[in-house]
Design a protein around this ligand. Structure first.
Ligand code: COA
Length: 156
């Protein structure tokens, strides 16, 4: 059984993330969406809120073979403990590449047995980021088409 972990801050989850998740499910038998901690980010929602919004979005979309979890520690350690030797990441633009290259190297240095798999964002979601959603929302732009209902209702 091929199990992958999809780590991220998901603060909050967006339609861009969900697109990557759906496509990953066409390749892997199970995907664990992992709310991980990026120490450089302050965060808007609590970890519990992020997990709940992801769980609700998965239910809304009727996605199967997905689990949601959170972890304070290295994602490669989590992946090893859960017999999931693949980490999924989304790539939106060239600007993501440098950052992802660095995370890739750090993860490989920490544990070379975990492989990273990348999905290119679709054109229509390639400009989305969690902080951009929050900025648009704070400036009274309706973000209904960019996030799942579980997130939209909390923003409201
Ligand atoms: N659609 C929408 N948004 C996307 C996206 C997509 N397809 N792909 C990336 N993004 C956005 C996210 O919304 C996020 O936006 P934000 O910066 O406004 O919040 C940004 O791209 C990148 O976020 P994310 O993918 O969540 O990465 P991150 O840098 O916040 O966190 C972790 C990366 C949490 C996975 C990483 O820090 C981690 O693994 N931490 C645990 C410790 C560890 O193992 N560190 C690595 C080795 S040192």
């Amino acid at each position: 059984m091929k199990i992958a972990v999809y780590p991220g801050s998901f603060d909050p989850i967006t339609n861009g993330h969900l697109d990557i998740l759906k496509r990953a499910l066409s390749i892997f038998d199970k995907v664990i969406v992992l709310v991980a901690i990026n120490p450089d980010k302050k965060g808007t929602f609590t970890t519990e809120e992020r997990v709940l919004m992801i769980k609700e979005a998965i239910k809304e979309m009727k996605l199967e073979n997905v689990e949601v979890d959170s972890y304070h520690g290295l994602t490669v350690d989590y992946a090893t403990k859960h017999h999931a030797p693949y980490l999924i990441r989304g790539l939106r633009a060239v600007s993501d590449f440098e950052y992802e290259f660095q995370i890739h190297s750090a993860n490989k240095f920490a544990n070379d047995n975990v492989e990273m798999v990348y999905f290119m964002a679709k054109n229509e979601t390639s400009f989305i980021s969690s902080s951009m959603i929050m900025e648009l929302h704070h400036n009274h732009v309706d973000v209904k088409d960019l996030v799942p209902h579980s997130v939209y209702k909390r923003l409201k």
